[in-house]
Design a protein around this ligand. Sequence first.
Ligand code: MG
Length: 248
Amino acid sequence: MANSIGYDDTPILPGTKWHVHDGNRPQPPVVTPGQSTTIDAPGAPPSDAVVLFDGTDLSGWESREGGEAGWKVENGYMEVVPGAGYIRSKEEFGDCQLHVEWAAPAEVRGESQGRGNSGVFLMGRYEVQVLDCYDNPTYPDGTTGALYGQYPPLVNACREPGQWQVYDIIWEAPRFEGEECVRPARITVLLNGIVLHHATELRGPTSHKVLTEYEPHPEVGPLELQDHGDPVRFRNIWYRPLKGYDEE
Ligand code: MG
């Protein structure tokens, strides 16, 4: 352990001087987000959005094993039921613009990775970290909005626990030719309207304490939400397939 919030017995991330989950990596500076109409009520999805969760039920979701999604739905949001496991959308998709709203528990419990932890896993593999990092330092590549184990967010734009927070993500899936990754995944992430990553190329799927490598997978995959043992809430989840110019 480097210190109480990270590791120094993990591999060095190539091209950096930092270990995976290095507690000594600089903390992302705190930025207070501006006010947004989405704090108290979710915004309406755009007309061409594919709505994955509109606040009413989990009919579009299943457990990671393909069974019933065992999370709670009430008051227009879904909430992690600790122990129920990850859930994933039945819908599978690749390149997209993704919108997800989430809230960490208002009652603060635990610290570092143990406070309001969940995650948004694109294609069931690539995590954008969900965590309550309001006044809660942790290893930077595990901070709210981190590309977990790879890149810390440029800034810490967390609202207070209990408040609704907004991810807007632009996702380009990795491309494979046979066994080879010929173009890494590329991701842009905004939290509460603030850029955390801009067209960042992922090193591979999310892993813990080890370096990651791409493995070929289908062109589409589900959106997966993490059960990390904390009752984190989600609402207003939709995506728009991302297409090229002049593409139908
Ligand atoms: Mg997580």
